[in-house]
Every structure is written in structure tokens, then in C-alpha cells.
Write a protein that binds this ligand. Structure first.
Ligand SMILES: C[S@@+](CC[C@H](N)C(=O)[O-])C[C@H]1O[C@@H](n2cnc3c(N)ncnc32)[C@H](O)[C@@H]1O
Length: 245
């Protein structure tokens, strides 16, 4: 049995090596990455700061990282991910930012890395499509650590898959997603990828993982985040922000 506090390695093999296929099965994902980048670009810290440090949780191949880098020049980014195959693509996709030392990629599990960070030392924590992959207890611990490491006034922004609270509507959405997976991967004759994404979807949808919007926001309130807001919602895809007071 897996402990609900375990960090899992969900991105290996074909699903990792061809991760950017996600654009085909979930077109809103790219839009959410851009929204995360724009949200950070437009954020003004409530304290004077010439440079901001940002921790990205789960950079994957660097799709959202690129949006964060493009959004503002005064930000130094550390991106943590626990999948070697994803990070090696991020290294290739983000060579300029790495060379300029605007970005550091860290291979580690998110919780272990957060636990090494001093209290109140980070301006921004950003993430996209990563927290929904976590087991519930692990996610709760990660969020507690995010609040601990943020400076007072610091920002947390997450663009992610938040399940629709109405179970019947969520089921309908998920069934449509499955149909879309079959259509896209059959057209490409990639039954191997279809299998991997369906298996992955079962993980996301399981009771130990599913991140429903209402309970997720309540959990953040319980942890102590302030000014929790949902800025955008399209089916399961949502942009959520909060601050540390
Ligand atoms: C769905 S991908 C999203 C990637 C990227 N943020 C994007 O917007 O395309 C989720 C990423 O989170 C990483 N991840 C999942 N669980 C993790 C954990 N416990 N610690 C660190 N990274 C994790 C995976 O390896 C994967 O690269």
C-alpha cells in the first residue's frame, strides 16, 4: 500500500519522453501555463524588491517555466522536478536562461526540497499541472511548506487540474476527456501513449489523488493562506492564487 504522504514518480518512459503531446489532448494546458506567467508578470510585491526569487514546483519539460521567464526579467527561478526524463528536456528547452543563470533546475522531490528552504525566504511559489498529481497527504504537506517558505506578502500561484465539485458534471467532463484521448492517439496510431495517459488519468481521478476545487481551497484556508482567489476556470483547468499575510 502507498502511504498518502509518498512522493510518486509518475513521469517515466513514453509519457515523459513525449510529454508535449499533452498539447494535443489538453489544449487548455498551454493557455494555463501562459496565465501563470502573466499572473506573475503583473504581480507587485507589497514590499520593495529589486529582484524576486521564485520556486517552481514540477517544471516538467519547462513549458510554464518559459512563460515565467518571459513574463518578467527581475525574477530568478529555481525549478524542482523529480523526473529525470522531464528535466533533461527542460535543460534543452531552456538553455539560454540556464546559461544566463536566471534559472536553476533541481532534480528532487518537491517536499524534500521545500524542507531544505529557510522560513520566509521566497517571494513567489508557482506551479502548473503538478499538485493534482500528488497524493492528498503529500499535497497538504507541500502546501504547508509553501506557506512556511514564502515571505510575508509573498505569492503562491497554481494553474492546475482542479476537479469540478459536482460529481456528475466532473464524470461527464472526464468521459469526454477519455473520448478525446482515443480520438487523438488513434489518429496518430499511438496506442502505447493512449494506454499511458489513460493509466495516468486513473491516478489523477483516484480518491487518494483527486484535487477537487472546493476542498482544495478549503484546505488552503485551513493551512493559513490568505486572499485565496480563482481567477480563471475552464472545466477542470483553473488558475488559483493566494498570499501569505
Ligand atoms: C503534468 S507535469 C507538468 C509540467 C509543467 N509544470 C507544465 O506546465 O507543463 C507534472 C510534473 O511534476 C513532476 N512531479 C510530480 N510529482 C512530483 C514530486 N513529488 N516532486 C517533484 N516533481 C514532481 C513530474 O515529474 C512532472 O514533470
Amino acid at each position: 500500500m502507498i502511504s498518502e504522504h509518498t512522493a510518486e514518480l509518475l513521469f517515466e518512459g513514453a509519457i515523459a519522453e513525449e510529454y508535449e503531446m499533452l498539447m494535443r489532448i489538453c489544449p487548455p494546458a498551454a493557455e494555463i501555463s501562459q496565465r501563470v506567467g502573466k499572473f506573475v508578470a503583473n504581480w507587485t510585491p507589497p514590499y520593495p524588491a529589486e529582484q524576486l526569487n521564485l520556486l517552481e514546483i514540477g517544471c516538467g519539460t519547462g513549458i510554464t517555466t518559459a512563460c515565467l521567464l518571459a513574463g518578467r526579467e527581475d525574477v530568478l527561478i529555481e525549478s524542482v522536478d523529480n523526473a529525470t526524463a522531464m528535466l533533461s528536456q527542460a535543460r534543452q528547452n531552456l538553455t539560454a536562461a540556464l546559461a544566463m543563470k536566471r534559472l536553476r533546475l533541481i532534480e528532487n522531490d518537491a517536499l524534500s526540497y521545500l524542507q531544505e528552504i529557510p522560513d520566509a525566504s521566497v517571494d513567489i511559489v508557482a506551479s502548473a499541472y503538478t499538485l493534482h498529481n500528488f497524493l492528498l497527504g503529500y499535497r497538504q504537506r507541500v502546501l504547508k511548506e509553501v506557506l512556511r517558505v514564502l515571505k510575508p506578502g509573498g505569492l503562491f500561484v497554481n494553474g492546475d487540474r482542479y476537479a469540478v465539485d459536482d460529481a456528475a458534471e466532473h464524470l461527464k467532463n472526464t468521459q469526454q476527456e477519455v473520448k478525446d484521448y482515443f480520438r487523438v492517439f488513434s489518429e496518430m496510431n499511438r496506442i502505447d501513449l493512449l494506454e499511458q495517459w489513460i493509466v495516468h488519468l486513473f491516478s489523477d481521478e483516484s480518491e487518494e489523488h483527486i484535487m477537487r476545487l472546493g476542498p482544495a481551497l478549503e484546505a488552503m484556508t485551513g493551512i493559513g493562506f490568505q486572499d485565496i482567489r480563482v481567477h480563471f476556470r475552464d472545466g477542470v483547468n483553473a488558475l488559483v492564487s493566494a498570499v501569505k499575510s
